[in-house]
Design a protein around this ligand. Sequence first.
Ligand code: HSE
Length: 429
Amino acid sequence: MAGTEPLRVGLAGLGTVGAGVLRLLAGNGAAIAARAGRPLRVTAVSARDRARDRGSDLSGAAWEADPVALALRPDVDVLVEVIGGTGPALAAVEAALGAGKAVVTANKAMLALHGAALAARADARGAALRWEAAVAGGIPVIKALGEGLPGNRITRVMGVLNGTCNYILTTMEKTGADYADVLADAQRLGYAEADPAVDVGGIDAAHKLALLAALAFGTRVDFAGVAIRGIGEITLADIRRAADMGYRVKLLGVARMNADGLEQRMEPCLVPAGSTLGGLEGVTNAVAIEGDAVGQVTMVGPGAGAGPTASAVIGDLVDIARGNVRPAFGLPAAALARPERSSVGSEAAYYLRLTLRDRPGALAQVATVLGEHDVSIDRMRQYGHRGTEAPVVILTHPTEGRTVSAALAGIAALDVSLADPVALRIEEV
Ligand code: HSE
């Protein structure tokens, strides 16, 4: 496809990301063309509302109300899909790939649910399907994993992959502000998904983790195999107590290949405050990749917002303009293995938040339950007491997640337990 003719782009979606792509092409178009070997020209656009002012001159681009019609236009070589969701976006992507056209997408939900089928469709027509913008915003991690690290056997991928959640957790910590106020800020700043429950519930980040895992381990995307827990139950007290013990709370995704299969988890975890992942502030994302030859490579950068996501879209467009086409998930779709799911998962230490009746023997009862489940205590702190309630934090030695769950059920059943106990994994990073 490389040549001096322009690469003709059909842009489906003119929200935060679509408008960012137009702005970036308008501002840096000449340098981008020099790097791509030919100009990138937006020949047609599609969005829900034609009248809205997006701050960019669209007079040179044709308008299509239907993104499928956009994808099939003869003056469109590549579809940039930044609509999101799995309705019209999926139909347009399927149409483009079916017609043998390249697709660049930021749509993590669509790829997490339909990635394997879309990759097969792309392969069948020799079309490129590129998705740098779907994971970790402006961090070029898909390129790093797909093109920089294929010499390695990847052993673990970890990521802080949702800017909104990290913004909420770190802003609460810094300002003591309410969860709801901070979330409203994230929405105002254009970081949050249309339905912010998708962010705070861990779904958005889990979509991204499933995509990274597929690329890292050569497996079919298995979003249903991700164990997901959002940040809704994290309190300011957890954040402060974790800090007190040298940790920070992050919504962390971990994918690793265990002896019995693929483990994929997205959950709030404690990580050492002094680590790279522990130090992330605001909407910053990070991805750490561990390979047998390279060791650990960590990439940090903005994970959400117009500029960073547009930067990732343009990176993919430049590759397509140059004719740099590789399979969507690193291997031909037919060679991607269906992953076995790890049944046990890996061991870790845990942070336990308990609310106990403040009376003699309460802790002894808790210690007995933990002992009965073979869970060993590493550290313990009681944080004063409110009336007859005593907030207690226990850090355990490494143990299996299912053992901790069983022990928590035992603690919850004690008459000295005044609220459901909560356990957070402490991930070694
Ligand atoms: N809502 C997402 C986030 C946007 O907060 O990270 C980028 O995918």
